[in-house]
Design a binder for this molecule. Structure first.
Ligand SMILES: NC(=O)c1ccc[n+]([C@@H]2O[C@H](COP(=O)([O-])OP(=O)(O)OC[C@H]3O[C@@H](n4cnc5c(N)ncnc54)[C@H](O)[C@@H]3O)[C@@H](O)[C@H]2O)c1
Ligand SMILES: [Zn+2]
Ligand SMILES: [Zn+2]
Length: 347
């Protein structure tokens, strides 16, 4: 089969790899029907994730058809159309019992395209298939469903739920990439009074408006603190969500929150950020961090099935699997191409 293989920083190729086989009896082999690229894959290609080694097939998001299953797989059957989640779950460790699948101690967590071969391939081995895949609801397109593999649960769990967004809140989202946009889409469901999107790229701020932000601030030329002060009698945002992953944007999110508010960090950080405790200690703020658990996937599937979640809106570009190199190029130059999510499908 063909797969997108990582060969060290800056190096990748769409090349031949052996067909994956069932190794553990809880595995399924899934034929990949639709797959996408994540900002985290770009981090890997920059060399920011050293656990990913030469020869690894990338990718942690897919929709596919079950090709074969191990003898221990009970729920998933050959021929099922499934969502392959970015987080795998053993289902029985301490953290899985608390639905904290991202922290799985039994061999799950973020493993696909990280510590084992991933989904950017014609076929993928999915460990713990019963607890790491979700049956596709009828009437939902592959590409809409694919948005539930990573970005929608991430924005929802790590941004909106950790940030405890409530009706009437002023929510500030720093970074309007796919993750920030997913947080905006999720925050809308709680009827905030205002959603302020903050980004350096006007194209991303335009997208933020389409996804439900009513105020946009380009922090390259405008002051987000002034914009939020104007909406909150100078108090600051009830909830700030960091969706970039740099020291400057974390510090901005922490500076924009009101006393008693919540700062929800989503960004993957590679460098230390300064926690201004000399300002924050007196403000009663709650700061949360998190890796997505995908524990919200069943909820999001119901919202999708009930047409309450416009997941397909994220998809800006379509390719076939053999166009992986081109798809990476378009996704990596999102500022110029306007890419949010690119979807690759079988021909
Ligand atoms: N915690 C998790 O489980 C989890 C899961 C998936 C992704 N992530 C992380 O979430 C972050 C966002 O992901 P994405 O795919 O949306 O990334 P992205 O790169 O597509 O988007 C980031 C956005 O931030 C903007 N930006 C950059 N610097 C800025 C600044 N100084 N001020 C304001 N805006 C700025 C960019 O213009 C861009 O629109 C990444 O760090 C990613 O690794 C975390
Ligand atoms: Zn991802
Ligand atoms: Zn587990």
């Amino acid at each position: 089969m063909k797969a997108l293989v990582y060969h060290g920083p800056g190096q990748k190729a769409w090349e031949d790899k052996p067909m994956p086989q069932v190794i553990d009896d809880t595995d399924a082999i899934v034929r990949v029907d639709a797959v996408t690229i994540c900002g985290t894959d770009l981090h890997i290609l920059k060399g920011d994730v050293p656990e990913v080694t030469d020869g690894r097939i990338l990718g942690h998001e897919a929709v596919g058809t079950v090709e074969s299953v191990g003898t221990g797989v009970k729920r998933v059957k050959v021929g099922d159309r499934v969502l392959v989640s970015c987080i795998s779950a053993c289902g029985s460790c301490r953290f899985c019992r608390e639905a904290r699948y991202g922290q799985c101690l039994g061999g799950g967590g973020w493993i696909l395209g990280h510590t084992i071969d991933g989904t950017q391939a014609e076929f993928v081995r999915v460990p713990f298939a019963d607890t790491s895949t979700y049956l596709a609801p009828d009437g939902v397109s592959d590409e809409a469903l694919l948005m539930l593999a990573d970005i929608l649960p991430t924005g929802w769990e790590v941004g909106v739920l950790n940030g405890q967004v409530r009706p009437g809140d002023v929510v500030a989202v720093v970074g309007a990439g796919p993750i920030g946009l997913a947080a905006i889409m999720g925050a809308r469901m709680f009827s905030p009074s205002h959603i302020v999107a903050i980004d350096l790229a006007d194209s991303r701020l335009d997208a933020a408006k389409q996804f439900g932000a009513d105020v946009t601030v380009n922090n390259g030329r405008e002051d987000p603190a002034a914009a939020i002060a104007a909406l909150t009698d100078g108090l600051g945002a009830d909830v700030t969500i960091e969706a970039v992953g740099t020291p400057a944007t974390f510090e901005l999110a922490a500076a924009l929150v009101r006393p008693g508010g919540h700062v929800a960090n989503i960004g993957v950080h590679g460098e230390p950020a300064t926690l201004h405790l000399e300002q924050l200690w007196i403000k009663d703020v709650t700061i949360t961090t998190g890796l997505v658990d995908t524990s919200s996937t069943p909820t999001l599937l119901r919202l999708l099935g009930g047409s309450q979640l416009d997941a397909a809106r994220f998809v800006t570009h379509h390719f076939t699997l053999d166009q992986f190199e081109e798809a990476y190029d378009v996704f990596a130059r999102a500022g110029e191409t306007g890419a949010l999510k690119v979807v690759l499908t079988r021909t």
